[in-house]
Design a protein around this ligand. Structure first.
Ligand code: ZN
Ligand code: ZN
Length: 298
């Protein structure tokens, strides 16, 4: 198991050990780039000077930009993270919990990652080609992966984002996809303002940095909010996300795109997003997610 960069202890996000003051502040002001938040955070932080200084340094400047590995290592050293699966100190996902992850096998449907008896499309994708060229998830959604995605989405845990981005890189490199531009599946403006960040962007930035590819958060926009997908069946989900995205031809035209999201449920979101990219004359679209949920098993 490789050593993963992490910042799990920062902002009191260590599982089971939340710092009360930071927790409260965080819940009310999730925008970590906000100078007022940083100032309050800095004063309220009950850690010693050095970690406080590091917190300040990181949050004030370059939350979404590339940070050098030594910095993450330094923070890990000061604030050892705890495993999201078992609580063991040292890594965000320890080697034992990593070994328990249910990886998506090689011979699956290239559009939805369903099991197929021989290599080829699954019956439901055979007569219905999605707009993306290929889709691949790192693992089935469950166990420590579910926990990690939850942290990524709702706890603003950038350490987790970097670990999961590392998992996405394994998939992307194994597939050997050739692409020109990385695009995270966007949230609507309202949702992003509420959450303070886009979890897909948190995954996409380290991927783009590592592969030295440009990333665009402007090339694809979510122009309206779709209703919650939770209680919908597959067809209703597809209907629900129709026309939700719009792509900018000035940015995506002729470009092969790597589309990144956190979880694939029915593929309706990826289909709609890649459909919008194709409408704007993009080249091939490849899609990758951390988790693939077994929709029928939910
Ligand atoms: Zn563990
Ligand atoms: Zn399929």
């Amino acid at each position: 198991m490789e050593k993963t960069d992490s910042i799990g202890g920062l902002y009191g996000f260590r599982p089971g050990k939340p710092s009360w003051s930071l927790r409260v502040l965080f819940d009310h002001r999730p925008d970590l780039d906000d100078p007022l938040y940083i100032a309050i955070h800095f004063l309220a932080s009950n850690t010693t000077f050095l970690p406080k200084y590091l917190c300040f340094l990181i949050s004030s400047g370059f939350m979404n930009k590339k940070q050098p590995t030594w910095m993450w290592n330094a923070i890990d050293w000061i604030f050892p993270p705890h495993c999201l699966g078992c609580g063991l100190e040292g890594e965000i996902i320890c080697s034992e919990c990593y070994a328990s992850i249910k990886r998506v096998p090689v011979n699956v449907c290239p559009y939805c990652n369903a099991y197929v008896s021989t290599s080829g499309h699954c019956p439901s994708c055979a007569n219905r080609r999605p707009p993306y060229a290929q889709f691949r998830a790192f693992a089935f959604y469950g166990g420590v992966i579910r926990e990690a995605v939850h942290h990524l989405k709702y706890q603003n845990d950038i350490g987790v984002a970097r670990v999961l981005a590392g998992y996405l890189l394994k998939v992307i490199q194994a597939e050997n996809w050739d692409f020109d531009l990385v695009i995270p599946v966007p949230l609507s403006k309202t949702k992003q303002e509420q959450r303070g960040y886009n979890q897909a962007e948190r995954l996409a930035r380290p991927v783009a940095d590592t592969l030295k590819k440009p990333i665009s958060t402007e090339g694809l926009r979510r122009i309206r909010e779709n209703a919650s997908q939770v209680d919908l069946d597959e067809n209703s989900r597809r209907e629900n996300v129709k026309g939700v995205f719009e792509a900018d031809p000035a940015i995506v035209k002729g470009k092969r795109i790597l589309l990144i999201d956190d979880v694939f449920t029915t593929g309706a979101t990826l289909e709609s997003a890649s459909g919008a990219l194709k409408d704007a004359r993009s080249g091939l679209v490849y899609a990758v997610t951390v988790g693939k949920s077994d929709f029928n098993a939910n």
